[in-house]
Design a protein around this ligand. Sequence first.
Ligand SMILES: [Fe+2]
Length: 331
Amino acid sequence: MRLKNFPEEVVFDLSDCERAQLTSWAQDVAQENISNPGLYRHGDVLKAVRKLDGPSFDAMRRFAESSNDYGTLLLRNVPIDTSLPPTPHDGRRPDNMPYLSESVGALLGCLLGDIFSYGDEKEGLLIQNICPVFGQENLQENTGSVFLEFHTEDSFHPFPPDYLILMCLRGDRTGQAITATASLGRVIGSLDEEVIETLAGPNYIIRSSSSFGASKYRRRTAIIGDPQQGRGLVFDLNGMEALSDVAEQAMQRLRQALEREAYGICLTPGDAIIIDNNKSCHARTGFRPYYDGRDRWLQRIFISRDFARMQDMLVPGTRMIDPEKSRELVA
Ligand SMILES: [Fe+2]
Protein backbone atom coordinates (compact mmCIF):
# COMPACT_ATOMS: atom_id res chain seq x y z
CA MET A 1 0.00 0.00 0.00
CA ARG A 2 1.46 3.35 -1.02
CA LEU A 3 0.38 6.12 1.29
CA LYS A 4 0.24 9.75 0.26
CA ASN A 5 1.13 12.65 2.50
CA PHE A 6 -1.81 14.54 3.96
CA PRO A 7 -2.55 17.63 1.88
CA GLU A 8 -1.76 21.01 3.39
CA GLU A 9 -5.42 21.93 3.68
CA VAL A 10 -5.96 19.37 6.47
CA VAL A 11 -2.79 20.11 8.43
CA PHE A 12 -2.80 22.78 11.13
CA ASP A 13 0.26 23.78 13.12
CA LEU A 14 -0.78 25.26 16.42
CA SER A 15 0.63 28.74 16.85
CA ASP A 16 2.52 29.71 19.99
CA CYS A 17 -0.57 31.63 21.09
CA GLU A 18 -2.81 28.59 20.59
CA ARG A 19 -0.34 26.37 22.44
CA ALA A 20 -0.21 28.83 25.32
CA GLN A 21 -4.01 28.88 25.59
CA LEU A 22 -4.23 25.08 25.66
CA THR A 23 -1.42 24.83 28.19
CA SER A 24 -2.96 27.43 30.45
CA TRP A 25 -6.49 25.99 30.31
CA ALA A 26 -5.11 22.47 30.74
CA GLN A 27 -3.65 23.60 34.07
CA ASP A 28 -7.02 25.07 35.04
CA VAL A 29 -9.03 21.95 34.26
CA ALA A 30 -6.39 19.46 35.43
CA GLN A 31 -7.48 16.94 38.00
CA GLU A 32 -5.75 14.02 39.60
CA ASN A 33 -7.32 11.84 36.92
CA ILE A 34 -9.36 13.73 34.34
CA SER A 35 -9.63 10.47 32.43
CA ASN A 36 -11.75 8.82 35.11
CA PRO A 37 -15.36 9.01 33.86
CA GLY A 38 -16.66 9.38 37.40
CA LEU A 39 -14.34 12.28 38.28
CA TYR A 40 -14.29 14.20 34.99
CA ARG A 41 -15.82 17.67 35.37
CA HIS A 42 -17.38 18.56 32.03
CA GLY A 43 -18.54 22.03 33.05
CA ASP A 44 -14.96 23.18 33.71
CA VAL A 45 -13.71 21.79 30.39
CA LEU A 46 -16.59 23.28 28.42
CA LYS A 47 -16.02 26.70 29.95
CA ALA A 48 -12.39 26.58 28.83
CA VAL A 49 -13.21 25.28 25.36
CA ARG A 50 -15.56 28.18 24.68
CA LYS A 51 -12.66 30.57 25.22
CA LEU A 52 -10.16 28.88 22.90
CA ASP A 53 -9.46 31.34 20.13
CA GLY A 54 -7.34 30.82 17.01
CA PRO A 55 -7.32 29.49 13.44
CA SER A 56 -6.58 25.87 14.40
CA PHE A 57 -9.44 25.86 16.91
CA ASP A 58 -11.72 27.40 14.28
CA ALA A 59 -10.66 24.65 11.85
CA MET A 60 -11.62 22.04 14.43
CA ARG A 61 -15.00 23.66 15.01
CA ARG A 62 -15.62 23.69 11.23
CA PHE A 63 -14.49 20.07 10.99
CA ALA A 64 -16.92 19.11 13.75
CA GLU A 65 -19.78 20.82 11.92
CA SER A 66 -19.14 19.86 8.33
CA SER A 67 -16.03 17.61 8.21
CA ASN A 68 -13.96 17.71 5.02
CA ASP A 69 -13.31 15.65 1.92
CA TYR A 70 -10.59 13.61 3.61
CA GLY A 71 -12.53 12.97 6.83
CA THR A 72 -9.30 13.88 8.59
CA LEU A 73 -7.60 16.79 10.29
CA LEU A 74 -4.00 16.74 11.48
CA LEU A 75 -2.96 19.07 14.29
CA ARG A 76 0.73 19.53 14.96
CA ASN A 77 2.59 21.24 17.75
CA VAL A 78 -0.02 20.23 20.36
CA PRO A 79 1.35 20.70 23.89
CA ILE A 80 2.04 17.44 25.70
CA ASP A 81 3.96 16.51 28.83
CA THR A 82 7.70 16.80 28.29
CA SER A 83 8.48 14.39 31.09
CA LEU A 84 6.58 11.16 30.60
CA PRO A 85 6.64 7.89 32.52
CA PRO A 86 7.75 4.82 30.54
CA THR A 87 5.30 3.69 27.85
CA PRO A 88 2.93 1.40 29.76
CA HIS A 89 3.72 -2.23 28.93
CA ASP A 90 0.13 -3.29 29.55
CA GLY A 91 -1.73 -0.45 27.79
CA ARG A 92 -3.08 0.82 31.11
CA ARG A 93 -2.89 4.33 32.50
CA PRO A 94 0.24 4.77 34.65
CA ASP A 95 -0.46 5.83 38.24
CA ASN A 96 2.05 8.67 37.87
CA MET A 97 0.52 10.01 34.65
CA PRO A 98 1.18 13.77 34.38
CA TYR A 99 -1.79 16.03 33.66
CA LEU A 100 -1.00 18.00 30.50
CA SER A 101 -1.70 15.63 27.60
CA GLU A 102 -4.83 14.20 29.21
CA SER A 103 -6.23 17.66 29.92
CA VAL A 104 -5.34 18.87 26.42
CA GLY A 105 -6.97 15.72 25.01
CA ALA A 106 -10.18 16.49 26.92
CA LEU A 107 -10.12 20.10 25.67
CA LEU A 108 -9.59 19.08 22.03
CA GLY A 109 -12.28 16.42 22.32
CA CYS A 110 -14.80 18.90 23.67
CA LEU A 111 -14.03 21.28 20.81
CA LEU A 112 -15.53 18.61 18.56
CA GLY A 113 -18.46 17.45 20.69
CA ASP A 114 -18.97 15.30 23.78
CA ILE A 115 -16.25 12.93 24.91
CA PHE A 116 -17.37 9.51 26.15
CA SER A 117 -16.07 6.00 26.81
CA TYR A 118 -17.19 2.38 26.84
CA GLY A 119 -17.27 0.60 30.19
CA ASP A 120 -16.22 -2.65 28.56
CA GLU A 121 -13.04 -1.31 26.98
CA LYS A 122 -9.85 0.23 28.41
CA GLU A 123 -11.35 0.36 31.93
CA GLY A 124 -13.85 2.95 30.73
CA LEU A 125 -11.22 5.70 30.70
CA LEU A 126 -12.11 8.85 28.75
CA ILE A 127 -8.51 9.29 27.60
CA GLN A 128 -7.26 5.85 26.59
CA ASN A 129 -3.67 4.73 26.27
CA ILE A 130 -2.66 3.00 23.05
CA CYS A 131 0.62 1.10 23.25
CA PRO A 132 1.97 -2.22 22.02
CA VAL A 133 1.38 -4.99 24.54
CA PHE A 134 3.74 -7.93 24.88
CA GLY A 135 2.27 -11.17 23.56
CA GLN A 136 -0.46 -9.35 21.59
CA GLU A 137 1.70 -8.47 18.56
CA ASN A 138 -0.49 -10.34 16.06
CA LEU A 139 -3.86 -9.09 17.28
CA GLN A 140 -5.96 -6.81 15.06
CA GLU A 141 -6.23 -4.48 18.02
CA ASN A 142 -4.76 -1.27 19.33
CA THR A 143 -2.45 -3.45 21.45
CA GLY A 144 -0.95 -5.25 18.43
CA SER A 145 1.94 -4.26 16.20
CA VAL A 146 1.28 -6.12 12.94
CA PHE A 147 -0.48 -4.18 10.18
CA LEU A 148 -3.80 -3.05 11.65
CA GLU A 149 -6.29 -3.30 8.79
CA PHE A 150 -8.54 -0.43 7.73
CA HIS A 151 -11.54 -0.06 9.98
CA THR A 152 -14.04 2.45 11.20
CA GLU A 153 -13.92 2.65 14.98
CA ASP A 154 -16.26 0.40 16.99
CA SER A 155 -18.88 0.21 14.23
CA PHE A 156 -20.16 -3.03 15.77
CA HIS A 157 -21.33 -1.07 18.78
CA PRO A 158 -24.83 0.47 18.93
CA PHE A 159 -23.12 3.81 19.72
CA PRO A 160 -19.90 4.19 17.72
CA PRO A 161 -17.98 7.46 18.03
CA ASP A 162 -18.62 10.20 15.45
CA TYR A 163 -15.05 11.43 15.77
CA LEU A 164 -11.88 10.13 17.36
CA ILE A 165 -8.60 11.76 18.22
CA LEU A 166 -5.27 9.94 18.27
CA MET A 167 -2.71 12.08 20.02
CA CYS A 168 0.94 11.09 19.97
CA LEU A 169 2.93 11.21 23.20
CA ARG A 170 5.82 9.07 21.98
CA GLY A 171 6.48 8.19 18.34
CA ASP A 172 7.67 4.93 16.83
CA ARG A 173 11.47 5.31 16.85
CA THR A 174 11.82 3.23 13.68
CA GLY A 175 9.40 5.41 11.71
CA GLN A 176 7.52 2.29 10.58
CA ALA A 177 4.19 2.85 12.35
CA ILE A 178 2.26 4.94 9.86
CA THR A 179 -1.24 6.02 10.86
CA ALA A 180 -3.35 6.12 7.70
CA THR A 181 -6.83 7.31 6.83
CA ALA A 182 -8.97 6.92 3.72
CA SER A 183 -12.36 8.50 3.10
CA LEU A 184 -15.36 7.08 1.31
CA GLY A 185 -16.09 10.39 -0.39
CA ARG A 186 -12.78 10.32 -2.25
CA VAL A 187 -13.27 6.84 -3.68
CA ILE A 188 -16.98 6.35 -4.26
CA GLY A 189 -16.80 7.94 -7.71
CA SER A 190 -14.37 5.22 -8.82
CA LEU A 191 -16.71 2.34 -7.92
CA ASP A 192 -19.18 0.69 -10.33
CA GLU A 193 -22.89 1.19 -9.69
CA GLU A 194 -23.41 -2.53 -8.95
CA VAL A 195 -20.61 -2.48 -6.38
CA ILE A 196 -22.11 0.55 -4.66
CA GLU A 197 -25.54 -1.09 -4.65
CA THR A 198 -24.14 -4.23 -3.00
CA LEU A 199 -22.18 -2.20 -0.43
CA ALA A 200 -25.34 -0.21 0.39
CA GLY A 201 -27.35 -3.36 1.19
CA PRO A 202 -27.44 -5.26 4.52
CA ASN A 203 -25.03 -7.83 3.12
CA TYR A 204 -22.49 -7.95 5.95
CA ILE A 205 -22.10 -9.02 9.59
CA ILE A 206 -19.83 -6.99 11.84
CA ARG A 207 -18.52 -8.33 15.16
CA SER A 208 -16.85 -6.76 18.16
CA SER A 209 -13.11 -6.82 18.63
CA SER A 210 -11.46 -8.69 21.49
CA SER A 211 -10.60 -5.41 23.23
CA PHE A 212 -14.22 -5.41 24.39
CA GLY A 213 -13.53 -8.55 26.43
CA ALA A 214 -16.55 -10.64 27.25
CA SER A 215 -18.94 -8.27 25.47
CA LYS A 216 -19.99 -9.81 22.17
CA TYR A 217 -21.53 -7.32 19.80
CA ARG A 218 -22.72 -8.50 16.41
CA ARG A 219 -25.03 -6.93 13.88
CA ARG A 220 -26.03 -7.07 10.26
CA THR A 221 -25.11 -3.97 8.33
CA ALA A 222 -24.47 -2.23 5.05
CA ILE A 223 -21.00 -0.80 4.42
CA ILE A 224 -22.19 2.37 2.75
CA GLY A 225 -24.97 4.18 4.59
CA ASP A 226 -26.91 7.27 3.84
CA PRO A 227 -24.72 10.31 4.57
CA GLN A 228 -27.94 12.29 5.15
CA GLN A 229 -28.65 9.95 8.05
CA GLY A 230 -25.23 10.72 9.49
CA ARG A 231 -23.51 7.41 8.88
CA GLY A 232 -21.64 7.10 5.64
CA LEU A 233 -19.17 4.29 6.16
CA VAL A 234 -19.15 1.12 8.28
CA PHE A 235 -16.02 -0.82 7.48
CA ASP A 236 -13.81 -3.34 9.23
CA LEU A 237 -11.83 -5.69 7.06
CA ASN A 238 -10.96 -7.91 9.97
CA GLY A 239 -14.23 -7.82 11.91
CA MET A 240 -16.63 -8.03 9.00
CA GLU A 241 -18.03 -11.01 7.14
CA ALA A 242 -19.68 -10.79 3.72
CA LEU A 243 -22.85 -12.86 3.39
CA SER A 244 -22.26 -13.77 -0.27
CA ASP A 245 -19.45 -13.96 -2.81
CA VAL A 246 -20.80 -10.87 -4.54
CA ALA A 247 -20.76 -8.98 -1.25
CA GLU A 248 -17.19 -10.16 -0.58
CA GLN A 249 -16.06 -9.00 -4.02
CA ALA A 250 -17.69 -5.60 -3.49
CA MET A 251 -15.95 -5.24 -0.13
CA GLN A 252 -12.59 -6.08 -1.70
CA ARG A 253 -13.19 -3.55 -4.49
CA LEU A 254 -13.82 -0.90 -1.87
CA ARG A 255 -10.70 -1.98 0.05
CA GLN A 256 -8.57 -1.63 -3.06
CA ALA A 257 -10.03 1.80 -3.82
CA LEU A 258 -9.48 2.98 -0.23
CA GLU A 259 -5.89 1.73 -0.20
CA ARG A 260 -5.18 3.60 -3.44
CA GLU A 261 -6.49 6.81 -1.90
CA ALA A 262 -5.00 6.50 1.58
CA TYR A 263 -3.00 9.19 3.36
CA GLY A 264 -0.60 8.56 6.18
CA ILE A 265 1.92 9.89 8.63
CA CYS A 266 4.26 8.50 11.26
CA LEU A 267 2.93 10.43 14.23
CA THR A 268 5.51 12.23 16.33
CA PRO A 269 5.05 13.75 19.81
CA GLY A 270 2.59 16.65 19.66
CA ASP A 271 0.74 15.36 16.58
CA ALA A 272 -2.98 14.74 16.92
CA ILE A 273 -4.90 13.14 14.09
CA ILE A 274 -8.65 13.73 14.15
CA ILE A 275 -10.82 11.30 12.21
CA ASP A 276 -14.43 11.65 11.09
CA ASN A 277 -15.57 8.10 11.87
CA ASN A 278 -18.67 8.45 9.68
CA LYS A 279 -16.65 9.20 6.57
CA SER A 280 -13.21 7.79 7.02
CA CYS A 281 -11.58 4.53 8.01
CA HIS A 282 -8.11 4.25 9.45
CA ALA A 283 -5.25 1.78 9.68
CA ARG A 284 -1.74 1.50 11.09
CA THR A 285 1.20 -0.14 9.37
CA GLY A 286 3.20 -2.78 11.23
CA PHE A 287 6.10 -1.85 13.46
CA ARG A 288 8.53 -3.45 15.87
CA PRO A 289 7.91 -2.95 19.58
CA TYR A 290 10.86 -3.17 21.98
CA TYR A 291 9.02 -3.15 25.34
CA ASP A 292 11.71 -1.02 26.88
CA GLY A 293 9.49 1.85 28.03
CA ARG A 294 10.17 3.93 24.90
CA ASP A 295 7.68 2.34 22.51
CA ARG A 296 5.04 4.21 20.58
CA TRP A 297 2.37 5.71 22.86
CA LEU A 298 -0.83 7.40 21.73
CA GLN A 299 -3.81 8.67 23.65
CA ARG A 300 -7.24 8.18 22.13
CA ILE A 301 -10.45 10.12 22.70
CA PHE A 302 -13.95 9.25 21.43
CA ILE A 303 -16.42 12.01 20.59
CA SER A 304 -20.17 11.97 20.05
CA ARG A 305 -22.01 14.66 18.11
CA ASP A 306 -25.35 13.40 19.38
CA PHE A 307 -24.70 12.88 23.06
CA ALA A 308 -28.38 13.26 23.99
CA ARG A 309 -29.07 10.01 22.11
CA MET A 310 -26.83 8.00 24.44
CA GLN A 311 -27.97 9.54 27.75
CA ASP A 312 -30.00 6.50 28.81
CA MET A 313 -27.03 4.24 28.11
CA LEU A 314 -24.61 5.90 30.49
CA VAL A 315 -23.63 4.85 33.97
CA PRO A 316 -25.37 7.60 35.99
CA GLY A 317 -23.16 10.59 36.71
CA THR A 318 -20.58 9.59 34.13
CA ARG A 319 -19.83 9.77 30.38
CA MET A 320 -19.23 6.03 30.24
CA ILE A 321 -21.60 3.71 28.37
CA ASP A 322 -22.82 0.96 30.69
CA PRO A 323 -21.87 -2.39 29.09
CA GLU A 324 -24.92 -4.11 30.55
CA LYS A 325 -27.24 -1.65 28.82
CA SER A 326 -25.45 -1.73 25.46
CA ARG A 327 -25.26 -5.54 25.52
CA GLU A 328 -29.02 -5.67 26.08
CA LEU A 329 -29.53 -3.71 22.86
CA VAL A 330 -27.79 -6.35 20.78
CA ALA A 331 -28.96 -9.45 22.68
FE1 LIG B 1 -8.97 2.24 15.39
